[in-house]
Design a protein around this ligand. Structure first.
Ligand code: SF4
Length: 356
């Protein structure tokens, strides 16, 4: 298969039967401790169409990575998982680990934050990509695999692939190592790529290059992409839709432009206000006050109420309903009545919290 074939192999668009590529429904993940199950993911529901980019955003500890790992059968052994994860019409929850292993690396791939710990330091990058290929293509010859490795290195814009193929991970920069991981992840032409904090360890310029490259690959290969990140700014220019997660639940979901133009959940507003502004270099960087709740110590009512400047009595007692406004949904008692949002409200929120 040539680079051009690779590039055209998964044309994007809705599945013929109109079903999403991936549908996660009411996913729950908990951990057994002291005769009870501590909930970490509490009924996560998202879907993704072929060729779409979904950003999953939340602070560390929100359950975003855990939920996606459990969806792909990568949860810890003591995790209790329930709900439904349907990929291409097939239920994944409850499938044997062996089958899930075969699915991962072929139809579904993942890349993680730290490429150095995912790469083997004593194998050349060429051997590692070749291994990923041969694992899922038993009949592929070594020569053919090497040819494909060179194509893949080219596809992820590694200069001088003929020379680089024989080098070890420590001879690559952080950004180049992430490119190698991406080459390995797309080696078997997956339909879904899950990228968990793919740029967090990289500097801003390299971050932008990697995000642009992922977006280009998605266009060329028709990949569906899930971007998991704590930084709403990372998904701003790259996702089609965004699901914001707090305390193991989606609290808001919308198309990316709609979410930034009209955030209906105070937590989302806080995340937007936390994105550094290029024009405000002297302003103190905003961060949402407090911290996400601990497992097993969820507050009553809305889980966000101890940190929310809009909280009322009802928020402390009653879980908010999910309000659906077209393709925009938000779980807040006041989703339809919060003050309107524009750039001044963002600045006001930053100031109020910075000085408060
Ligand atoms: Fe804030 Fe209440 Fe909405 Fe929760 S339900 S986000 S506490 S306003």
């Amino acid at each position: 298969m040539s680079a051009a074939d690779i590039a055209n192999s998964n044309p994007s668009g809705p599945n013929p039967d109109g079903e999403p590529l991936l549908r996660i429904r009411d996913l729950k993940v908990g951990f057994s401790a002291q005769n009870r199950v501590l909930p970490a993911v509490r009924g996560l529901s998202v879907e993704l169409s072929k060729g779409e980019v979904l950003g999953i955003v939340g602070e560390s500890g929100s359950g975003k990575s855990l939920g996606m790992l459990a969806s792909l059968g990568l949860q810890a052994r003591n995790a209790v998982v329930s709900g439904s994860v349907v990929f291409k019409g097939q239920e994944l929850i409850g499938r044997p680990r062996r089958e899930m292993r075969s699915l991962r690396g072929s139809e579904i791939s993942m890349i993680f934050q730290d490429p150095l710990s995912s790469l083997n330091p004593v194998m050349t990058v060429g051997d590692q990509i070749r291994e990923a290929l041969l694992l899922h293509n038993k009949n592929m010859s070594k020569a053919k695999a090497t040819e494909r490795v060179l194509e893949l290195l080219q596809l992820v814009a590694i200069p001088q692939p003929d020379r680089r193929i024989n080098q070890y991970p420590h001879e690559f920069s952080g950004g180049m190592r992430q490119r190698v991981m991406i080459a390995m992840a797309v080696a078997n032409n997956p339909e879904l790529l899950v990228a968990d904090e793919p740029t967090t360890a990289l500097d801003v310029t390299v971050q932008a290059q990697i995000m642009t490259m992922l977006r280009d690959l998605k266009e060329k290969m028709g990949l569906a992409l899930i971007l998991i990140t704590h930084d709403l700014g990372v998904v701003a220019g790259h996702a089609d839709r965004v699901a914001v997660i707090y305390a193991g639940q989606v609290v808001e979901e919308a198309e990316v432009r709609e979410l930034f133009a009209n955030p209906r959940h105070p937590y989302t507003r806080g995340l937007i206000a936390s994105i550094p502004k290029l024009t405000a270099s002297k302003e103190k960087l905003y961060s949402i006050p407090g911290a996400p709740p601990m497992l097993g110590a969820l507050p009553e009512g809305c889980a966000f109420h101890p940190r929310c400047s809009f909280a009322q009595d009802v928020c402390r007692k009653v879980s908010p309903p999910t309000v659906e406004l077209g393709r925009h949904r938000a779980s807040c008692h006041f989703a339809e009545s919060l003050p309107s949002w524009d750039d001044t409200s963002r600045t006001a929120q930053s100031k109020e919290r910075s000085h408060g």
